[in-house]
Design a protein around this ligand. Structure first.
Ligand code: SF4
Ligand code: URA
Length: 275
């Protein structure tokens, strides 16, 4: 990387609130591209095989700072350790501040950071706030949100798992509402996604549910569609990820099959996390 690129990269990370960088050996791998699952319908691999040889490093090595006299090495396409070693939700929120890092700030009323139990073993990741979320500053409170809440609580109840919406953590890839609810653009996802990644590293849940294609793309780096990705365990930095349909998609008519599949995905996740 030439010095100008390096400077721009470092300024970019500084703007994200990241002031400590780590040596290449200590840095976290970028999310793995579409991870092939061992076998269809298999139980979640992580239980049987918590550290496959190609698994990304554990957070302990992720958080290890470089000795102060070592310059940070940033390879092309390789993200440095993004989070300070003592990262916390408060820190991430403070770093976001009154964020203007991408164009989505222009139309927002509220930054929608996330809601729920910050120690939850299960995190749901959506795409970005809609009108209701923007107005209230809380993710998934509109129609899609009500469906998500019902899906979580009803599926859990049916499976004999005592779980309410407040027990899980819910957030989005981008924290500000895209105009007319358009899909977030790649640069917006990349910039704001760093905050999502930090949230996930702080929580380190047992599993993540990616709701829809945007969350799947942000976490898995794949452009594959939800229909092909859903139903099987993937990984983000070692954490099992289940992709499923976004509740907005399920609200549309003629998606009966998708509804059943989403319920199946959720059931798989709930048993894996809470059994
Ligand atoms: Fe900042 Fe994220 Fe909002 Fe963009 S979407 S302005 S990066 S908080
Ligand atoms: N859709 C999302 O992806 N996120 C929300 O918070 C609400 C609707």
């Amino acid at each position: 990387m030439n010095p100008d690129d390096l400077r721009r990269r470092l300024e970019f990370y500084r703007d994200l609130g990241i002031t400590t960088l780590y040596r290449r050996g200590d840095s976290v791998s970028p999310p793995r591209r579409s991870t092939p699952d061992s076998s269809p319908g298999a139980a979640p691999a992580p239980e049987r095989n918590p550290r496959p040889p190609s698994a990304p490093p554990e957070p302990a090595s992720f958080a290890k700072p470089a000795p102060p006299d070592q310059p940070a090495l940033l390879g092309d396409g390789l993200l440095p350790g993004l989070a300070p070693p003592d990262d916390s939700m408060e820190k991430i929120r403070a770093d976001i501040g009154d964020c203007t890092r991408c164009r989505l700030h222009e139309g927002r009323t509220n930054i929608v950071f996330g809601v729920g139990n910050e120690k939850s073993p299960l995190v749901f990741v959506g795409e970005g706030p809609g009108a209701d979320e923007d107005a209230q500053g809380i993710p998934f409170v509109g129609r899609a949100g009500q469906l998500l809440t019902a899906m979580i609580e009803k599926t859990a109840a049916k499976e004999g798992i005592p779980l309410e919406r407040k027990d899980v953590y819910i957030c989005n890839v981008v924290k500000c509402r895209p105009p007319n609810n358009r899909t977030p653009q790649p640069d917006e996802m990349e910039i704001c996604g760093q905050f999502l990644f930090r949230q996930l590293m702080v929580i380190r849940p047992k599993a993540i549910v990616a709701l829809g294609g945007t969350a799947a793309k942000a976490l898995l780096g794949t452009r594959e569609g939800v229909t092909r990705l859903r139903g099987k365990w993937r990984r983000w930095n070692g954490i099992p990820v289940m992709v499923t349909y976004h509740p907005s998609y399920l609200l549309r008519p003629y998606n009966k099959n998708a509804k059943r599949e989403a319920w199946e995905d959720l059931r798989t996740v709930l048993h894996y996390v809470y059994d």
